[in-house]
Design a binder for this molecule. Structure first.
Ligand code: BGC
Length: 269
């Protein structure tokens, strides 16, 4: 069976940069029509650039502004996408932020900002996507499943992270959201999974790779000894969204060069 997303619409939140952009590129190469979502008018130019890169290579897509933490904006985005492209087949719940702070200094605003985007945003988009999947029903010319949701979680779904309590909490919670949706909508033939990336070279973690010293420290945590690239995540997202992965639901898949093997134990413990 060929890995193909032909005839399918994939909405990727936060896809004007980083991992989201990589997933959009990979999904477009696999034949999906992609929706490049960006959070605010200020990032429209970046979204347009990503889309241009895709259409230059023969892919199709549109851009759509929406702050995923705002219910009215999420409703509007889904209405727009369905009216322009007919439906949504694949949701990649990718938009995410970090607001790092020592725990005792973390403000409520820092806590709320991260939970609102990383967790509430994934809830709002998943809800609208599932409503749309159920409205459309299964269409075998698109996929054997009624719809697919991929949550972008993190290795910090299971690795505690000092100085990042808000972020790690949001990612831990995504696991329960994902598994509950997989359980609640399995009989509807909706597949729900998480991708849990390790260190991927993107703007969110610039300080972990932009100097030789920090990159060296980072590589101490990665048995495979390289930083990940957005295309690594894109490849997995294409597979998970495709019918090749039709029996995979309710799973968190770690893609981290071995980070979750806890490399520091190779010489200790
Ligand atoms: C974070 C990155 C970090 C990586 C590994 C990701 O979820 O967003 O900042 O480099 O986890 O710790």
């Amino acid at each position: 069976m060929e890995i193909s997303l032909k005839n399918q619409v994939a909405l990727i939140t936060g896809s004007s940069s980083g991992i989201g952009a990589g997933i959009a590129q990979s999904m477009a190469e696999a034949g999906a029509t992609v929706v490049i979502n960006y959070p605010s008018p200020g990032s429209e130019a970046k979204a347009t650039d990503i889309l241009k890169g895709i259409t230059d290579k023969g892919g199709n897509g549109i851009i759509s502004q929406c702050d995923v933490s705002k219910e009215n904006e999420v409703l509007r985005m889904f209405q727009d996408v369905v009216s322009q492209l007919g439906t949504v087949d694949i949701l990649v719940n990718n938009a995410g932020i970090q607001k790092d702070s020592k725990f005792t200094e973390m403000t409520l605003d820092q806590w709320n900002a991260v939970i609102n985007v990383n967790l509430t945003g994934q809830f709002l988009c998943a809800r609208e996507a599932i409503k749309e999947f159920l409205r459309r029903g299964i269409d075998p010319s698109r996929s054997v499943a009624c719809g697919k949701i991929i949550h972008i979680s993190s290795v910090h779904e299971i690795i505690p992270w000092a100085g990042h309590a808000n972020y790690a909490s949001s990612k831990g919670a995504i696991r329960m959201l994902m598994q509950t949706l997989a359980q609640e909508h399995g009989a509807d033939k909706i597949r729900v999974n998480s991708i849990c990336p390790g260190a991927i070279q993107t703007p969110i973690n610039t300080n972990a790779w932009d100097s030789e010293k920090s990159l060296e420290a980072l590589l101490q945590l990665i048995p495979y000894n390289r930083i990940g690239q957005p295309a690594d995540i894109g490849n997995l997202a294409v597979f998970l969204a495709s019918d090749m992965a039709d029996y995979i639901t309710g799973a968190s898949i770690f893609i981290d060069g071995g980070m979750t093997t806890f490399e520091s134990f190779s010489t200790g413990g």
